[in-house]
Design a protein around this ligand. Sequence first.
Ligand code: ASP
Length: 345
Amino acid sequence: MQRTNKVLLIYTGGTIGMGMNPKTGALEPLDFNHLVENLPEFEQISTDIDTYQFVPVIDSSDMNPAFWGKLVSIIATKYEKYDGFVILHGTDTMSYTASALSYMFENLTKPIILTGSQLPIGQLRTDGKENLMTSIELASSYYPNGRPIVPEVAIYFSGHLLRGNRSTKQNAEEFNAFNSFNYPHLCEAGVKFKFNTHNILTPDYDLPMSPHTTLDNNVIILSLFPGIKEGIFDHILDLPCLHGIVMRSYGSGNAPQQPWLIKLFKKATARGVTIVNISQCISGQVEMSRYDTGYQLKDAGVISGYDSTVEAALTKLMFLYATCTDTETIRAYMNKSIAGEITIP
Ligand code: ASP
């Protein structure tokens, strides 16, 4: 068969890569270097596929910034050779990885599609085969002018293509595991692909792709809740190594009005900690001027995360603290979209 585009398939681990051991009947990680033998369907697709397997493969609950750095290095060294990249990844932290990669590949001009599955690829009712085959097709979808249709980091799952840094895992049991509550889907993959082209990023093809491999993980996610205690909060906010906080507030960005809380926020922001306000609601955006409670936060130096996901805000803080030298620049970038992660009204 005449092969067309070239895709690098990277296997990091997760449920998708499991197969049944014919002797024991147990599920165990497949050897993706022999993928074609395990998946005869591969013979039928027109894309040329090379595979790269991490050793050892990991459950995505063990994902970390060093691993993201390795992923970036692997793709960066092979960037010119391939038209697109597919990363097989466990679903649990896939949105964190997709968000982190969206910043780490500056001026990305090729598709990087992450996918996984809820049932192992070796099981009869698996969703893994469709997710994998469609991701490969999406990663190798090009316009006749030679430009990719999806030149960004995206997650494909259960018929939907989502911007990676807008995605969140929404369901632990159903096949439809991901959604992007504050951003339209990039493509619906039914019988045909329906691309929402005007919602897909358009990179500057004249700029060279610039990979970043380090992140600063001196960050934390803090959720507000009724009954939050001053002593505990003070202890965390006072940690000398702390650089960034994603604060999960109520509703449109509200917090309790206790003076001690505002005082602690003021103290932390004054010493250079960046506190980003993200709503605990999965949909909608933070509007800190709407209620007095939000206003006080603004006054204490807390910045709005607008409609960002927690995953996107946290990894953006990690990226900016590793890349920028001063807090003012970091805060300015937090209020700008750098990879389509946020909508500024
Ligand atoms: N625990 C697995 C992981 O995230 C679940 C999955 O793959 O869906 O690696």
